[in-house]
Design a protein around this ligand. Structure first.
Ligand SMILES: CC(C)(COP(=O)(O)OP(=O)(O)OC[C@H]1O[C@@H](n2cnc3c(N)ncnc32)[C@H](O)[C@@H]1OP(=O)(O)O)[C@@H](O)C(=O)NCCC(=O)NCCS
Length: 155
């Protein structure tokens, strides 16, 4: 079971460590290591940003699994996911994505489409998004795109 909640200031260091993980960096659009101070500033600004949602996923024991990140623009949201390195390969990514979108829908009305942009070599991520009912969409430059049609009844 995966539980989700909005990130809080106490999550700053874990998210920083996960972000600088070697595999995460390889699979990110920006592969440079992030400096601690830069991360802290980004994180503090993120918690105040009304168009950004950082979702922490936890298991039934309350141990952190990873983060799902949304950038909202109009009725569209861009999603990314980073599972903590020690939690990878346990088949949890799909539930993190699905539960993350459920939290997104509770915070934002009228999101029609959720989009993921993924490097071609990142097959685990592609599979996780396909498993979470995303469909292949028109690609953006060197990235593969997957879209989720958000059919939640918002009336
Ligand atoms: C990508 C990521 C979120 C996937 O999470 P995970 O816990 O490793 O993956 P899961 O165990 O949930 O498996 C997801 C699916 O990918 C498959 N998979 C896992 N590793 C794979 C690999 N190396 N090659 C192909 N498929 C793979 C699994 O079999 C599973 O599919 P299935 O359920 O149909 O069998 C995670 O590895 C991660 O955070 N990576 C670093 C950051 C990143 O790449 N983020 C995505 C950026 S778009």
């Amino acid at each position: 079971m995966v539980k989700v909640r909005e990130a809080s200031p106490e999550d700053c260091l874990d998210i920083y460590r996960w972000r600088n993980d070697e595999v995460t960096r390889q699979m990110s659009q920006t592969t440079d290591k992030v400096a601690r101070k830069e991360h802290e500033e980004w994180f503090a600004a993120s918690l105040k940003n009304r168009r950004r949602l950082l979702v922490i996923c936890e298991d039934e024991c309350g141990d952190k699994i990873g983060i799902v990140h949304f950038e909202v623009k109009g009725n569209r949201a861009l999603i990314s996911i980073n599972i903590a390195p020690h939690q990878r390969g346990r088949g949890l990514a799909r539930a993190c994505i699905t539960e993350g979108i459920a939290l997104l829908n509770s915070r934002f009305e009228n999101i029609h489409v959720v989009k993921a942009e993924i490097k071609p070599e990142n097959t685990a991520s592609q599979q996780a998004f396909l498993n979470a009912n995303f469909c292949p969409a028109k690609h953006a430059e060197a990235l593969l795109c997957f879209e989720y049609s958000n059919t939640v009844d918002t009336q």
